[in-house]
Design a protein. Sequence first.
Length: 334
Amino acid sequence: MKELLKQLTQAFGTSGYESAVRDLILSEIKPLADEVRVDALGNLIARKKPTKADKSAKRIMLAAHMDEIGLIASHIDKNGFVRFTNVGGVFGRYTLGARVRFANGVKGVVGYDNLERFHEAPPMNKMYIDVGAASKEDCPVKVGDVAAFEQAFTDMGERLVAKSLDDRAGVAVLIETLRAIKSTPNDLYFVFTTQEEVGSRGAGVAAYGVEPELGIAVDVTPTGDTPASLKMEMELGKGPCIKFRDTGMLSDPRVIEWMIQTAEKSKIPYQREVLLAGSTDAREMQISRAGVISGAVSIPCRYVHSASEMVDVSDLQNTVKLLTAMLSKPVQVK
Ligand code: CO
Ligand code: ZN
């Protein structure tokens, strides 16, 4: 899974520009799925049909988002510096000094107008991207061009560090789950969604199209295990986090029960997640059409939305195990 995750995180994929990530996923899942399609918003939808035709098969949608946060050029000044705004939840502190890469391959570094106040979180409109240009005419970036963090994948052994582990970690977990399921009584839709970071726009339309009876998002969740973190239970290396609450949704208690029972029966470590800030694709599934019974499994992740997010390999493996166990058996949720 490390090699897969390396490829996925190194691919460019800011919200709305997910095609390179989608192509990578497609090459992995094509031999594993019964049907594959791409919808108008770019969501990649892979279906695994019930192993034996069964009228009581539950239609279940799994969602992991392909997109990552990024920057978008808003103005090029006369000296060739690129002014920008955010695509999704970009933090000034994490952005200043970062290296970025535009979709067209141009690279740059983020500077700040107000360096004498560098201890303050710099606002987006006081930073610029220096792409090495000397003038506006010389600048290879146009207004509307998008950029992502540029950062190497670092294998620390049990811990992995990369940009866009939010949510390529979830993408890798879904691919490995699809690979691990040998047979299922359920009708499974593995959906790799677009534009989560700008408000789960892909998941909403995908859920409308798939019309699932159950929805599960697989995404990362920030932890409470670093000196500066919010007081939360989630820790790296303690297993998948079963979501109870985030700022966008309350998980359906029947889905929580299904997850906990499966984890306990299969002796998979798990954590209880109450996330104080942030949300996932599960929200859009839950409120799509006339409503969908929904929940989420989260992979604990440090430094979310920085260029150096960190996950634990055992958490990835245990998330695959939990999902595989949940989806390989008839579902009792009513
Ligand atoms: Co995110
Ligand atoms: Zn995410």
